[in-house]
Ligand binder design. Sequence first.
Ligand code: NAD
Ligand code: ZN
Ligand code: ZN
Length: 379
Amino acid sequence: MSTTGQVIKCRAAIAWEAGKPLSLEEIEVAPPKAHEVRIKILYSGVCHTDDYTLSGSDPEGVFPSILGHEGGGIVESIGEGVTDVAVGDHVIPLYTAECRKCKFCLSGKTNLCQSVRATQGRGLMPDETTRFTCNGKPIYHYMGCSTFSEYTVVADVSVVRVDPKPSLQKLCLLGCGVTTGFGAATKTAKVTEGSTVAIFGMGCVGLSVAQGAAYNKASRIIAIDTNPGKEKIAREFGATDFINPKDHNKPIQQVLVELTDGGLDYTFDCTGNVEVMRAALEACHKGWGESIIIGVAAAGKEIATRPFQLVTGRVWRGSAFGGVKGKTDMPKLVQEYVDGKLKVDEFVTHTFDLQEINKAFEAMHSGTCIRAVLTLQSE
Ligand code: NAD
Ligand code: ZN
Ligand code: ZN
């Protein structure tokens, strides 16, 4: 029976308020309006950014909302004017939209499309309303995705069609973590062949940076993590060295500068800790070393270093979604995965059903989890 044009009742995990566990509810999902797409979500990864928002530290966090931004699903119906995707397509929602029309998209300098940014940041669809209700109460969207729901509605600029062959259980990780790290190395930093790289934090994002640096043929990839349990997997993703800062009584930047004859060509923060960001910048080689900030710091935190560090040629940059343009670049990443050149399966260490979502959040804090993937509906 077709659900096109109908309100769909389904299950979703609702974040009623900050700092509380998510709660499984029956919700109503309205049909897509013009330039909107309703997606049957099959799988969703759980990312630290979901946890960050749920914790209440995110200045943009709005409640009650449906979190989740690393999903994969199938288009159930489309609103008027949607041309990029069709019913039945396998898709990945994009928290960084790509409209190909705004000043940012046309600049050729950034992936930070602004077409839906203002409403997305307030948990709303572009027409300033929501498509979700629970017992008649409006529920806010999250990062333009809201993938912790069996059905979601996104703007047409916020979704990309992908090859239907690979399982979305793995492919959904391209919606955030894998793409963010791989893109930060290959697109933002453009790591060059033979260069040296240090990566702070070996979660999904840092491991993806390692993978991207290896892909671009860096000669030395130093993984740094305070959890010694991360060494094995870091090496599997291309790290040539592993350092636990706790094993040294000198600041880690000094350890790295001494180890690499003056510092690294590229460093990456994948922790969100502002002290680590400083160490990453100061571990760069004088004259040309570049440090990329990927981690999301807690609200109100600021970075600091002596300006002389920059005067003498070190560069500080940031990267959101790996500098990747969802519609233009994602299909190429999927192809790399299909061709066996991009690891994705290896990131999935835990799987849960939607009703176990709070266990997935607990797993994320366990130190052994790279990514927990939720199953929402069968394929
Ligand atoms: P994660 O928690 O799985 O990994 C973080 C790793 O850092 C862990 O292995 C931890 O042991 C290690 N760590 C913590 N403190 C450390 C320290 N002082 N020195 C060295 N290692 C340390 O997280 P993740 O999912 O990989 O995400 C990493 C960060 O990236 C988070 O802040 C997340 O919010 C952010 N993120 C940013 C973007 C973006 O577009 N910029 C996208 C996704 C995630
Ligand atoms: Zn994320
Ligand atoms: Zn745009």
